[in-house]
Design a protein around this ligand. Structure first.
Ligand SMILES: [Zn+2]
Length: 287
């Protein structure tokens, strides 16, 4: 599923600090009224960006900034209409390059190059983070369509995992329960038992709000049959199904501990009844 991305350092984009980057964005404004707007907001803008970076963009801490709303269009234009020689254009270009090099969506883990950069805190409500690299996360189009401008609600103020900041992403976040009959099982994703309660709550809301359960079940419609077919072939070669699934798992983990295939194989390896079925029992005729 989801995947940890290396934290972004603003130094790698040619600025000494986020405060310097914000100052450069302000200095880049040549004409009023946007110049005056930015100058008036400058110091608080820097503080808000520092707060974002120091708290991993968590909406529990990072609140809305109503005083910035009169300048909303100016903030949004930084992202949607950057000038050719603007301070942010090379950064946006670099982020797009990082996105294109990924082979799976860091937010759901589905294979394929993520098609977009998503504003972790949505730019409509947090326009002052529209060109802040830490807030721009590669994402597939399906995830973006599900996430929209959601952040959290009163009961659960933070819905989503942040791929740059949440270090628990390197662990396995979920397990797949494969419930018999194994010819046509029922699948349920459950959070990993080892996760601390606070992380578990975020994993649950992240998967729910991005509709990952349904999407993963659709993926399993073909992937589980592939697993049955592989078991059939392995048995014809007099091989050991469990050992071969271990090999499949090692290979799948190269796409991330939480990639969709990796979760399937890792969960199969912990399911003795399924392993017994795959090795010894009659496999479905439809193979
Ligand atoms: Zn996705």
């Amino acid at each position: 599923m989801v995947r940890k991305l290396s934290a972004l350092n603003i130094e790698d984009f040619g600025h000494n600090s986020y405060r310097d980057y914000v100052q450069a964005l302000v200095d880049d404004r040549k004409r009023n009224p946007s110049k005056a707007q930015f100058q008036a907001l400058r110091e608080e803008w820097k503080n808000r960006v520092d707060q974002y970076v120091n708290n991993g963009g968590s909406p529990v801490v990072v609140q809305l900034w109503p005083e910035a709303f009169p300048a909303k269009v100016t903030f949004l234009n930084l992202y949607s209409h950057p000038n050719e020689n603007s301070v942010q254009i090379s950064i946006l270009g670099e982020l797009k390059k990082i996105r294109r090099l990924l082979n799976s969506c860091p937010c759901c883990g589905e294979l394929g190059t993520p098609g977009t950069l998503d504003h972790y805190l949505p730019k409509d409500d947090y326009p002052h983070f529209s060109v802040i690299p830490a807030n721009l996360v590669p994402m597939c189009d399906i995830c973006q369509g599900e996430k929209k401008t959601k952040v959290g609600n009163q009961q659960n103020p933070r819905f989503f995992i942040h791929p740059y900041f949440d270090n628990f992403l390197t662990d396995e976040l979920v397990k797949l329960e494969i419930i018999p009959p194994f010819e046509h099982p029922h699948f349920t994703l459950v959070p990993s038992k080892n996760l601390p309660a606070q992380d578990k709550a975020i994993v649950i809301s992240h998967y729910k709000e991005l509709n990952i359960h349904k999407r993963y079940n659709e993926f399993l419609e073909t992937s589980y049959i592939k697993l049955l077919r592989a078991a059939d072939d392995i048995r014809k070669d007099h091989g050991n199904v469990k050992n071969r699934i271990k090999d499949f798992h090692k290979l799948a983990k190269l796409d991330g501990t939480n990639s969709w295939d990796s979760i399937l194989y890792s969960s199969a390896l912990e399911n003795e009844d399924l392993l017994n079925f795959l090795q010894n029992e009659d496999l479905p005729e439809y193979l």
